[in-house]
Design a protein around this ligand. Structure first.
Ligand code: MRU
Length: 351
């Protein structure tokens, strides 16, 4: 699949899903082969693949692989097997709504074609996952394009701060927040990108920097506690981040640390943008308080790239996401349009 990027996050080879192992980047470029839905679920849980849209597309392939794994002839057993696989995949990570969104679509395809033979249903599931992958790339390009409009009032080149990785690696290709940055770079509007390191998993330092470096987009990396300093010194004209789930009132969950950035941006009167596909909006929840926040293994805090920095006796916490309140968000950049406040009303109009 052409991604217009030098990074290929996921590759479907007709039988299995190959996922670039994001735990090992940037120094080791290795693919993990998932030929069962169980392996796809473990890859999502263990962060081989991460980033809301990439998780969604991977789960869709996981459901398609589940279809292929079924070797029986009973339609009833096939349905039961598929449903079990979908529930297993759905439990892999809780915060990114793209996971359940993608699985819901796969279930709808299953139901739509239930009248067909087992082999035909299997094919329909694969076709749907492939479609989701290619649509994700075109959606991201549209987000990128719309993002350039959000910056049209900025004179000259802009300095953007981003957090975590919302790039090609977090999607099927191109990226959401990094897609906006890519699109701005294409029209020569980027002065530099300030890349938050993003402890504990270092998605910024390891992944975003790697993507920007390959694209030759100017950037520098900071540790997370340097963001306020950068903003106070005029090094940031705008913050652009992705999202894992957006409540219907605009409250947006993203990588831990994003909330702090939204507060800082509001203090320094710096525009704060969320870039995400419509599928990241969860219309079933009214506000960010309803978003489930994943707490990951304390080992990620105790260690940096496998090297222990805190002893096991020390208590730690590891919430993986936080929620930026709608009032701190300047606009939500989607593939359909740039949504401005009041978010509750303007989001509803899109559905
Ligand atoms: O824990 P991760 O690495 O899956 O968290 C990823 C993020 O928080 C991203 O910013 C978000 O999923 C948007 S990706 C386009």
């Amino acid at each position: 699949m052409e991604t217009d990027s030098k990074v290929q996050t996921l590759i479907w080879d007709g039988r299995s899903l190959m996922l670039i192992d994001q735990r090992k980047l940037p120094f080791i470029k290795e693919y993990v082969i998932c030929d069962t839905y169980e392996k796809v679920a473990v890859a999502i849980k263990d962060m081989v693949v991460r980033g809301a849209p990439a998780i969604g597309v991977s789960a869709a392939y996981g459901a398609a692989i589940a279809g292929m794994q079924y070797e029986g002839v009973s339609k009833k057993d096939f349905t039961r097997f598929f449903e079990k696989a979908v529930s297993f995949l759905a439990a892999s990570r809780p915060t990114a709504v793209n996971l359940s969104w993608a699985l819901k679509k796969m279930k709808e395809v299953f139901i739509k074609y239930e009248h067909l033979g087992i082999e035909a249903i299997k094919k329909k599931l694969i076709d749907e996952a492939k479609l989701m992958e290619s649509e994700d790339i075109s959606i991201n390009k549209k987000i990128g394009e719309n993002g350039t409009h959000a910056f049209k009032n900025f004179k000259g080149k802009v300095k953007i701060l981003t957090h975590c990785n919302a790039g090609a690696l977090a999607t099927a290709g191109y990226g959401t927040a990094l897609g906006v940055i890519r699109s701005l770079a294409l029209i020569d509007k980027i002065k530099h990108v300030v890349v938050d390191e993003t402890r504990p998993y270092l998605q910024g330092a390891r992944l975003t920097a790697w993507e920007l470096y390959q694209e030759k987009i100017p950037f520098f990396i900071i540790t997370d506690n340097m963001a306020a300093y950068m903003m106070s010194k005029g090094e940031v004209d705008g913050v652009v981040v992705g999202a894992d789930r957006i409540a219907s009132n605009g409250d947006s969950a993203n990588k831990i640390g994003t909330l702090g950035l939204s507060i800082l941006a509001s203090y320094y009167r710096i525009p704060f943008f969320i870039a995400a596909p419509i599928s990241t909006i969860d219309m079933n929840i009214e506000s960010g308080t309803e978003i489930p926040i994943e707490e990951r293994d304390g080992r990620e805090v105790r260690e940096v790239m496998g090297k222990k920095i805190i002893s096991d006796e020390m208590p730690v916490r590891n919430p993986s996401f936080d929620v930026s309140p709608a009032e701190n968000i300047t606009a939500i950049i989607t593939e359909k349009k740039v949504i401005l406040p009041p978010f509750k009303e303007n989001i509803r109009k899109l559905f």
